[in-house]
Design a protein around this ligand. Structure first.
Ligand SMILES: [Zn+2]
Length: 370
């Protein structure tokens, strides 16, 4: 494997030179001190090097805001992979101009795949032996995650859209994973449905689970003619890409004039996001590269040829249960029943006051846009 490596002289005098090496695709570093005599010593100065390394990495992968391109941001916190325990800390910042929360520095594209383990639930074959095994470092978090993904997304689509779907309709599900939603909407409306996911594991799972042939690839390169689809859905997908503007442009292009788009995203304005901060279940570091508020997703859609019709505040309970577990690390396999009752009342309240964990946006493509 080719290792991208960067050398730099950190410090030198007439007798000594200190060189730092960065192994970028391994995210590791090393400092080497070379004496005038030629003797190489690995130096005690590693701590200083570590500080320099961190700054260097931020400079190298630092990203301007994924929504507005501004480079002025406020640091929020470092998130960690709470579910699968993959090593690393990931800085999240908030853009001072538009308010988008995003990971900064971002993970390089070629590094992204390693943060989706082979047993990542949405990519797994439905009811396969492995899908029933423990998926993460906590049984309870596996159960919460499973519940989240089994939640019936069809029920979240406005009736006005569902009632118009029939045998002649074409639907595209972006980030379709193992194809569960595609199968549901096909069975319910008899429509033609296509799906795309970047994961080969998901492609195999969709085939095995439902006999669906989904496309493996990125949304910027959709292999469909322009204006093909009546409806495009993207459930919890937009947070996984580092180029959301390009993705939305591509979706607008694939939609028919006046076509509908349903986008589900976590809500950083939720009570739980503000209370649990880096332990918030839907932060889901490092897989979530940007986190929206109702305002930022509306702006992003409007910037990319869509008109927002409605924002629905979802009452999915997984965010509260998952965040509570992330914070307090319960060893038990389920929550006590009195706590569950309290949680559900609390979820109803946060949904009523529009500070729930997840939002679903119904947008329409603006007419006369290509
Ligand atoms: Zn911004």
């Amino acid at each position: 494997m080719l290792i991208e490596c960067d050398f730099r002289i950190i410090w030198y005098n007439s007798n000594f030179i200190l060189i730092q090496t960065l192994y970028l695709n391994k995210l590791t570093f090393k400092s080497i001190g070379i004496l005038k005599t030629g003797r190489i010593i690995e130096y005690y100065i590693q701590i200083i090097s570590y500080l320099i390394f961190n700054k260097t990495m931020i400079d190298k992968n630092k990203t301007n805001c994924l929504l507005c391109g501004n480079d002025n941001y406020k640091f929020l916190f470092h998130g960690e992979d709470e579910e699968h325990g993959i090593e690393g800390t990931f800085a999240y910042v908030r853009c001072k101009k538009c308010g988008l929360v995003y990971m900064n520095p971002q993970i390089a594209n070629e590094e992204l795949a390693k943060y989706y383990p082979i047993n990542y639930l949405p990519h797994e074959t439905v009811n396969s032996p492995t899908s029933k095994q423990e998926k993460s470092n906590s049984k309870i978090i596996s159960a919460i995650r499973a519940f989240f993904f089994q939640h019936d997304n069809i029920k979240k689509i406005p009736h006005s859209i569902m009632n118009n779907l029939n045998l002649n309709s074409k639907v595209l599900d972006v980030g379709c994973g193992n194809g569960t939603f595609m199968n549901d909407i096909r069975n319910k409306t008899k429509c033609h449905v296509d799906g795309i996911d970047f994961s080969e594991t998901a492609v195999t799972a969709a085939k095995k689970s439902y006999g669906l042939n989904i496309v493996s690839g990125t949304v910027e390169d959709l292999p469909f003619p322009p204006k093909s689809f009546d409806l495009i859905t993207a459930w919890w997908f937009l947070v996984h890409v580092n180029n959301p503007n390009e993705v939305l442009q591509s979706l607008a292009k694939a939609l028919k004039d006046d076509g509908d788009c349903i986008i589900g995203v976590p809500n950083f304005n939720s009570f739980n996001a503000r209370f649990f901060k880096k332990k918030w279940f839907h932060l889901d570091a490092p897989k979530h590269l940007c986190i929206h508020t109702p305002s930022t997703i509306k702006t992003m859609l409007e910037n990319n040829s869509f008109r927002v019709e409605k924002i629905i505040y979802d009452n999915n309970p997984s965010g509260l249960f998952g965040s509570f577990n992330n914070r307090y690390k319960t060893k038990k396999s389920k929550f006590p029943s009195f706590l569950v009752k309290i949680f559900f009342v609390f979820i109803a309240i946060t949904t009523f006051f529009k500070v729930s964990d997840l939002i679903i946006i119904h947008a329409k493509k603006l007419k006369n846009k290509s």
